[in-house]
Design a protein around this ligand. Structure first.
Ligand SMILES: Nc1ncnc2c1ncn2[C@@H]1O[C@H](COP(=O)(O)OP(=O)(O)O)[C@@H](O)[C@H]1O
Ligand SMILES: [Mg+2]
Length: 389
């Protein structure tokens, strides 16, 4: 079928998309500057890159509950779902308009128009059938492995996330990260606990508006070319600075400090990024920190929790574990850790509401957070004695 790739109400390029939602051919280019980053080289649109970007909008095959949902819908892959919602998302402003029945962004975007919760409910294992299901939902374009669904509550777009067995800790970790980031004054997405379909979930508001969009670090890094002697970290900072985001090093360091405190093992290139204004294409700055769920030894038995030793922990990025990544932070003395006094008590009160996390795990986690704070204090003192050049 023929479509036009749209960026809000700007026509970007004509496309042919097959029944599996693959971009099989390109047509007239209307606006090269509105193309997704990294899909335009030497005045040529790279169809393969554009297709890779487009198909990455689908629910990843590793998502909890996806297989069952696809069976319910008689579909063979989640990729087929992106075309059904015209690729619309609540994290950016791209979508496709069918050539034979063109649509208007104002009438269909999910920021201003309602959407179905059917897919989200099916992903949560709650009923539905192929015949009665509305497929017009931002859940079709939501990334990540954990069960999640978008919903409208009091007119706000909210994202509800679930957790995984055996400890179901990821949702609590999001809230704990919000508490710590909040006390430290680090820009973050605020998560709270809620119940959805009888499950303990966490919920946050959409940090994207109908004017803005999230551009992942992975995409940002397609805006430049890394020098062979340059680290990935410095390359990312250079890309952001070249795009005009001048305070990015400070924002990255805030993220690394938070990730150290919570022993985050999941800070990959799609779990942080920049926000830009989709109308003007001007860069707004670093996105608030989101997705801190895979942290605080969420999948380890209590006896395996070792806050003073990260050697068994792996992060996908840079120096490979949260302690090593701290070495990238140029001035730890700017973090006033006294604001975290008593945070373990606040965490205890929160964890005591969990159906799955019980003593002694609660005690172990609270003292592990306290240990991380003490260790960070020591590392900061060491750094003051021997500053990073
Ligand atoms: N509050 C939010 N507002 C807008 N987009 C979001 C928000 N939270 C997450 N996203 C988008 O949804 C994707 C999946 O969410 P994430 O929290 O990373 O889930 P997971 O833990 O399954 O990886 C993110 O990569 C991001 O693109
Ligand atoms: Mg994620």
């Amino acid at each position: 079928m023929q479509y036009t790739l749209m960026h809000r109400n700007v026509s970007v390029i004509d496309l042919e998309i097959d029944e599996y939602s693959n971009i099989t051919a390109l047509g007239t280019l209307y606006s090269a500057e509105h193309l997704p980053i990294g899909t335009f080289h030497k005045n040529i649109v790279d169809r393969k890159m554009l297709n890779a970007w487009w198909t990455k909008r689908s629910i990843p095959a590793s998502r909890q509950g996806l297989r069952e949902a696809l069976d319910t819908l008689n579909l063979s892959s989640s990729q087929e779902l992106i075309r059904k919602c015209f690729g619309l998302s609540l994290s950016d402003q791209y979508w496709v308009s069918p050539t034979d029945t063109p649509l208007h962004w104002e009438e269909i975007n999910f920021f201003e128009n309602s959407f179905s919760e059917d897919i989200g409910n099916i992903l949560f294992g709650k009923g539905g059938s192929a015949e009665s299901t509305s497929l017009v939902s931002p859940d079709n374009t939501a990334d990540g492995n954990l069960k999640k669904k978008w919903k409208i509550s009091d007119g706000k777009r909210i994202l509800i996330k679930s957790s995984s067995a055996p400890y179901h800790q990821e949702t609590y970790n999001e809230v704990i990260a919000s508490i710590i980031a909040g006390r430290l004054g680090i820009s973050h997405v605020t998560y709270q606990m809620m119940t959805e379909h009888g499950e303990e979930c966490c919920v946050c508001e959409d940090f994207i508006t109908k004017e803005t969009e999230l551009v992942s670090a992975a995409q940002v890094m397609r805006s430049g070319k890394k020098r062979s002697n340059q680290s990935e970290y410095e390359f990312y900072i250079e890309c952001c600075e070249n795009l005009g985001v001048s305070d990015i090093r400070e924002e990255m360091e805030n993220m690394l400090v938070l990730d150290y405190l919570i022993a985050n093992t999941d800070r990959h290139l799609n779990n942080f990024g920049l926000i830009r204004d989709a109308r003007t294409l001007k860069w707004v700055g670093a996105a608030p920190i989101f997705d801190c769920g895979n942290s605080l030894w969420f999948n380890l038995q209590s006896s395996e929790i070792k806050p003073e030793d990260d050697s068994e922990l792996k992060t996908p990025l840079w120096k490979k574990n949260p302690t090593y990544n701290l070495k990238l932070v140029t001035d730890l003395s700017r973090f006033d850790l006294s604001v975290l006094d008593g945070v373990e008590d606040e965490i205890r009160v929160l964890l005591e509401t969990s159906q799955h996390i019980k003593e002694p795990r609660i005690g172990t986690l609270c003292s592990a957070v306290r240990t991380r704070i003490e260790l960070l204090n020591e590392i900061a003192e060491e750094q003051t004695k021997c500053p990073i050049k």
